[in-house]
Ligand binder design. Structure first.
Ligand code: GAP
Length: 512
């Protein structure tokens, strides 16, 4: 059974060193999180599993790592400067600022109904209601006040301003000057780095359609109200594929990628039964999208929320980066020469005529993936002896620590030296982190490793090295063997040290 609520996940993350609040010792920075010793391992393992499935195991993909800060004109041509905004509204009384749709959604149903009525809308079509609030700011302000919309912070009825759009891109200046020409943006999606390198990759690899480019990297969004732990953050990480195909084949590729992505989630322990596919209604589509499937995962406390979008971006992006500013209808350029210097076309595989490909884009957030994977793995169970344990049943390839090697007596050099040699041998298998652990109390060590999802604990004891101990003779049959404890079954088996590497490898190697 997955985690029951977000609090138990947040608590585990902090307690065991997965995730910390960003800039915590200065009071924290909202919407920013730091991944601790175990969080960084889990995150790296998720990204490695994604890269393996989407790049190494396919022959129609290339990888890329583009820069985070981008030329302002990339984001002008992409449409983000004009449209990448959320509607915000301020409470003049509390001086708090809210994302309009979130604020209305948080109200009691009767208040929501009053807002809808005042706007001449139905509550059944929430996106249309939000749209009407944005499009009629003066009426919206009056409707919010008259309907008794409460401030989520103070709990009191607010004195609401007219809603207005808030662009979510982080702007920065590049170099020592601060004039208009020196602006750049922190990318709001990794995708743009792929589009602007389309021609470079095609020229360098001689790829023909269909093929894809994959990238994992940071993206930045100045969310109005970051919330729900790492679910909505201002600095996020994305795993994105831009798959380029011949126009007309896009719908088949869209279906292909939807299936592939669902299978990938299943292999990470996030089953299809816990994901709903939302065929995004036309009025909710992003400015570039012809059609999008949102994969909605059933997060604890939050309910069904987007974990990944699989979009058909048509020829919008490569088309936009190919068109001149006047063709795009952009206002006068900030720089003299801001049109793209490349024509982002590729020969049609049959006619050889230049064509702007269509793009299918599966785009998943690493932070949301981590939250889902942890939530699915989180198990609270009562053991036969009546005690309770928390165990993180992570798929072995995702576990932050693969094996903990524990000497039963930490001050017996005969035992610790064998345990250290075992750690070195298992580490050399290259399966991920193997931890030598001599904290003293074996019971506590097992509990800790259950909680962080370590699949196996290997214990070297007195019998391993032929010593009697704890009032009994050494058992010669156990010489040069160790105990291996299985996280999930709690079974303990005795394995000869000479066979241990093969034993562990066969159970841990990535097999999806
Ligand atoms: N290139 C397409 C794109 O960026 P998106 O739906 O805005 O599409 C894709 O974002 C994924 O990125 C989402 O499904 C989600 O997993 C993740 N994501 C987006 N905004 C996020 C945020 N503020 N915090 C955490 N993850 C976010």
């Amino acid at each position: 059974m997955p985690a029951q609520n977000m609090e138990e996940l947040v608590s585990l993350c902090k307690r065991r060193g997965f995730i910390f609040q960003g800039s915590e010792i200065y009071g924290g920075l909202q919407g920013f999180y730091d991944y601790g010793p175990l969080g960084v391992e889990l995150k790296n393992n998720i990204k490695a599993a994604w890269w393996r499935a989407n790049v190494y195991e396919r022959d129609d993909m290339e990888g890329l790592d583009a820069s985070i800060i981008m030329h302002r004109d990339v984001l002008r041509h992409s449409g983000h400067e004009a449209t990448f905004s959320d509607p915000m509204v301020d409470n003049k009384k509390s001086k708090k600022r809210y994302r309009l749709d979130h604020l209305v959604k948080e109200q009691k149903t009767d208040v929501q109904a009053k807002v809808a009525e005042a706007m001449g809308q139905s509550l059944d079509n929430f996106p249309a209601l939000v749209q009407s609030l944005v499009q009629n700011p003066a009426l919206a302000s009056a409707a919010l006040i008259a309907s008794g919309v409460r401030d989520s912070f103070s709990g009191e009825v607010g004195d609401w301003t007219e809603p207005k759009p808030f662009n979510m891109m982080f702007k920065t200046t590049i170099g020592p000057t601060a004039d208009e020409d020196s602006y750049g943006y922190l990318r709001p999606e990794t995708a743009q780095g792929i589009f602007v390198n389309f021609k470079n990759v095609v020229d360098a690899t001689s790829r023909r359609l269909p093929f894809g480019i994959a990238q994992i990297g940071k993206a930045f969004r100045n969310e109005i109200t970051p919330r729900n732990f790492i679910f909505r953050v201002r600095e996020l990480e994305q795993m994105e594929i831009e798959f380029f195909c011949v126009p007309g084949t896009d719908e088949d590729w869209h279906a292909h990628w939807l299936e592939k992505r669902l299978a990938w989630w299943e292999a990470q322990g996030v089953p299809r039964s816990r994901i709903e596919i939302l065929d995004v209604p036309p009025e909710d589509l992003a400015h570039y999208s012809k059609r999008t499937y949102d994969l909605m995962y059933d997060y604890p406390t939050l309910g069904f929320e987007e974990i990944e979008g699989v979009a058909n971006r048509s020829d919008y992006d490569l088309g936009s980066h190919t068109k001149s500013q006047s063709e795009l209808g952009l206002v006068a350029s900030v720089s003299e020469n801001s049109d793209s210097i490349a024509k982002l076309t590729i020969p049609h595989p049959e006619t050889n005529k230049p064509v702007v490909p269509f793009i299918i884009e599966p785009s998943a957030g690493v932070d949301r993936a981590l939250l889902a994977v942890m939530s699915e793995a989180f198990t609270r169970e009562t053991l036969a002896n009546g005690s309770e344990r928390i165990v993180l049943r992570l798929r072995p390839h995702l576990a932050p620590i693969k094996v903990a090697v524990i000497p039963l007596a930490r001050n017996r050099e005969e035992i610790t030296s064998v345990a250290k040699a075992i750690k070195a041998e298992l580490q050399a298998l290259g399966l991920g982190r193997v931890l030598y652990e001599d904290s003293g109390n074996i019971g506590k060590a097992y509990r800790r490793h259950d909680e962080v999802g370590t699949p196996f604990c290997v214990t070297a004891d007195f019998d391993t090295v032929g010593l009697g101990g704890e009032g009994k003779e050494s058992d010669p049959a156990l010489l040069n063997t160790v105990t291996v404890r299985d996280r999930d079954t709690l079974q303990q088996v005795r394995v000869p040290i000479s066979e241990l590497s093969a034993w562990i490898r066969s159970r841990l190697v990535y097999s999806v």
